[in-house]
Design a protein around this ligand. Structure first.
Ligand code: NCD
Length: 322
């Protein structure tokens, strides 16, 4: 747990980032403020700072990824760490080595931070019990994707100011989305009102236990929203067919130019990527004036620099105290 110092500022003491559900509002804001400090980096001609010099970060990705992996790699190298890229297909995991053995072997080479993406929810948490290195969750099953949620709320705060009282819609395949879950925690902890929108078959089990409203009709809610976050249908995770046809889904839940006419003129349009243009979002909207989709990607870098910086700081502090 991170604790408050006497001045009221947070003293960051977490050496792992597993989920937003674990964090307090103050901790989330502290990460966002730290990220703000790193944001100006991207505008410098020399984009390196020394905080992780001599440290080793391993990117362990057991699932495909473009944005998240590259963003972590770049974030770690901007902080001067050495980065090992680990992919399941080219590793001994394909020869039957377990996740824990793989991680222990990497740790034996002196790895300080493990960034892990895994299809099994709980894999990052499991690692924290088996290795001494810091663990950062880059997406685990349907569970959480904390750095995506942090970059989402960072982007909203950057454009619209504090999230208190903002109405945010998260639309689409909520059931299979770790982004939705982490977003719900981050956005509501920062004071926003979240409405989940999608067909009943794509709502998570026990949705009533989450601090959100639910709607099955985008047309009923679009006029009220300040921010809309469109999710991809995670076809690779769907066992059966959750709706009659993709075209029908788009007709009811797609963010089209036509629907945008009924939204507030300054409604922010977000998407974590990868986008399925023409399914959940029309190209003109994805590339339109309300879209902050590429800004989300840029902000991801600053947010991940902040996370790597903070977990490393907590680990260094822990070693000093021992
Ligand atoms: C998401 C993920 O992998 O959970 N993508 C991402 O990290 N930007 C969402 C998705 O795959 O649809």
């Amino acid at each position: 747990m991170s604790t408050h110092s006497r001045t009221g500022k947070i003293q960051w003491t977490r050496k792992h980032l597993i989920g937003i559900n674990d964090l307090s509002r103050e901790e989330i804001e502290f990460i966002l403020d730290t990220a703000q400090g790193f944001e100006e980096f991207s505008t410098r001609s020399i984009k390196k700072a020394p905080p992780l010099r001599g440290k080793v970060v391993v990117n362990m990705f057991f699932e495909d990824s473009t944005r998240t992996r590259n963003s972590f790699t770049l974030a770690a190298s901007r902080l001067s760490a050495d980065v090992i890229e680990f992919t399941e297909k080219s590793s001994s995991v394909s020869k039957g080595e377990t996740l824990i053995d793989t991680a222990r072997n990497l740790e034996a080479m002196g790895v300080d931070i493990v960034v892990i993406r895994h299809s099994a929810g709980g894999a990052p948490k499991l690692l924290t019990r088996c290795i001494h290195a810091c663990v950062v969750n880059a997406g685990d099953g349907y569970h959480e994707h904390p750095t995506q949620a942090l970059l989402d709320v960072y982007t909203i705060r950057q454009v619209r100011g504090p999230l208190d009282g903002l109405r945010i819609g998260i639309v689409g395949d909520i059931a299979h989305s770790r982004v939705a879950r982490s977003d719900i925690y981050a956005m509501t902890k920062l004071g926003a009102e979240v409405t989940l929108v999608g067909p009943p078959t794509l709502m998570p089990a026990r949705v009533q236990e989450l601090p959100v409203k639910v709607s099955h009709r985008l047309d009923d809610v679009i006029e009220k929203l300040d921010v809309i976050n469109m999710l991809r249908i995670q076809f690779e995770r769907l066992g059966g067919n959750p709706f009659p046809s993709v075209r029908e889904y788009s007709r009811f839940f797609g963010l089209t130019v036509d629907r945008m006419k009924r939204a507030k003129p300054n409604m922010l349009v977000m998407h974590p990527g990868p986008m399925n243009r023409g399914v959940e979002i029309e190209s003109e909207v994805a590339d339109g004036p309300n879209s902050v989709i590429l800004r989300q990607v840029s902000n991801g870098l600053a947010v991940r620099m902040a996370v790597l910086f903070l977990v490393n700081q907590a680990a260094t502090q822990e070693t000093k105290e021992k």
